[in-house]
Design a protein around this ligand. Structure first.
Ligand SMILES: [Cu+2]
Length: 482
């Protein structure tokens, strides 16, 4: 029988120290006691994702696939073998990895309580707990994640796996070489954003936040529950139908990756072998939906699939620097595209479903990840409250993985990261409500913090010095229509 991966908060509600949670804690402890060269040990497993340590002979470390279309299948395989190792180490033959679905009301959008307590029943230590600066102070103190970073709505609304012209759900088509600057929609939000909000600031070489840096992230036990949720979202995306499908290209299907099983034996899987978790890997999620059930529920907004090449309609004329405060930039519309950018033209094009509109944030550079998620807002009135601001929110940018990109030899000289946001709906709303003016297109970047009402200090206060000292620089912001 297939094993069922369950919602961690449902387990906590049933019992704050549910057997499954205790089994996980036990396994983490056992794995942490193993030697770094043991493939079933904690250090080795995390190093498969990334590490600053030198690999022992023959070890396959630093393998994580990000910013390309192998992000989802590689992490699915990684989780699958990790779960088998945990199951064996825990002594619980029925163990299945829980997932953390943070896209729910409080308290489910807070770090699950077993990860916030320094001890556990009948033990003076709790390997699931990490104090600041290993995790952000606001998160450890029970801060709530903003819906701006937890929502998978925008990612799920994508119809294509890889884009372009949109970001695609799963990531751009590219050879498996790791960070290359462009992220699929689900990889950015919620994936990258959650990494950054949990992690705190990166002070370098895993001395600060863990989740903030791909080279230390998997050392934090919450990493696996976060990725389990991302894996679950992949199932949901497929179930939404409407043309959503995995790549069928041989170069994706036949790409294989190697891991170690619970006996330390090298094992390989191809992407084609992991596209259907239930039948191929024998696990399901407790809320997996059947395609037919989803079709009955409200669909995310439909985006036109355009075949026309995207045309640049407006662009910023100077770079933007983000140092932990809100910052804005105006987009200038060149004479050549002005006629197509009037309120009437934009309202018409987006209403008819004729045009899709994209915002590109390009040449994003930083020395290190300051630990700040910047929300990107289009023409948001400065006085708008959070609920109202949601109407102008087009997505988030982070520099998760910038440390790897900076030292990624094949990409030396390619400036930083790029993000593409599908802003068709936001632009359509602005134009229809008469709030679109081609002479006043403003993009605002605003830090998004966990919400921690009971805490005196702002959850961002820890990060402020790093954000100010190591700003994120954005070369250009541009608007495209396709
Ligand atoms: Cu990750």
């Amino acid at each position: 029988m297939a094993s069922t991966r369950k919602d961690i908060w449902a387990l906590v509600d049933a019992n704050p120290w549910h057997d499954t949670i205790q089994a996980y804690a036990r396994a983490v402890e056992v794995m942490q006691s193993r030697q770094p060269e043991d493939p079933t040990g904690w250090v080795y497993q995390a190093a498969i994702h990334g590490t600053y340590a030198a690999p022992p002979a023959g070890a396959q470390w630093n393998e994580c696939q990000h910013a390309n279309w192998f992000f989802l299948p590689w992490h699915r395989m990684y989780l699958y073998y990790f779960e088998r190792i945990v199951r064996a180490a825990s002594g619980d033959a029925t163990f299945a990895l829980p997932y953390w679905n943070y896209d729910q009301p409080s308290p489910r959008n807070t770090l699950p309580t077993p990860f916030r307590q320094p001890s556990r029943p009948a033990a003076s230590t709790n390997p699931l707990f990490l104090p600041p600066p290993r995790r952000s102070r606001g998160i450890v103190q029970g801060g709530r994640l903003s819906p701006f970073v937890t929502s998978s709505r925008s990612a799920l609304s994508q119809r294509s796996f890889s884009g372009p012209p949109g970001p695609g759900f799963g990531g751009v088509r590219r050879a498996p070489i790791g960070f290359d600057g462009t992220f699929g929609a689900v990889e950015q939000t919620p994936h990258n954003d959650i990494h950054v909000q949990i992690g705190g600031a990166n002070v370098g070489m895993c001395q600060g936040g863990m989740m903030i840096d791909p080279n230390c992230a998997a050392l934090d036990p919450i990493f696996w529950l976060h990725h389990c949720n991302v894996d679950r979202l992949w199932n949901r995306w497929i179930a939404l139908g409407g043309g959503r499908a995995n790549p069928t290209d041989a170069e994706w299907l036949n790409q294989s990756f190697s891991f170690h099983d619970e006996n330390g034996v090298v094992v390989s899987l191809t992407c084609a072998q992991v596209v259907d978790a239930a039948t191929q890997l024998d696990y399901v999620y407790d809320d997996d939906v059947q395609p037919s059930a989803v079709l009955m529920s409200p669909e995310p907004p439909i985006q036109p699939e355009s075949v026309r090449p995207p045309r640049m309609m407006a662009a910023s004329e100077q770079p933007v620097e983000l140092s932990g405060q809100s910052a804005s930039v105006q987009l200038a519309v060149p004479v050549a595209t002005h006629a197509a950018m009037t309120t009437e033209a934009v309202a018409e094009a987006t209403t008819v479903g004729d045009a899709a509109v994209y915002l590109n944030v390009e040449d994003i550079e930083a020395e290190r990840n300051p630990g700040v998620v910047y929300g990107v807002f289009l023409n948001a009135p400065p006085e708008a409250d959070e609920t109202e601001r949601a109407r102008y929110h087009v997505g988030n940018i982070t520099v998760f993985g910038i440390e790897l990109a900076n030292r990624d030899e094949p990409h030396r000289g390619v400036p930083g990261f790029r993000h593409t946001f599908d802003i068709t709906q936001v632009v359509a709303d602005l134009a229809r409500s008469g709030n679109w003016d081609p002479n006043d297109i403003k993009v605002t970047f605003e830090p998004i913090a966990p919400i921690a009402e009971d805490v005196m200090e702002s959850p961002l206060s820890d990060l402020a010095p790093v954000a100010a000292e190591r700003p994120v620089r954005i070369g250009r912001v541009s608007l495209f229509m396709a």
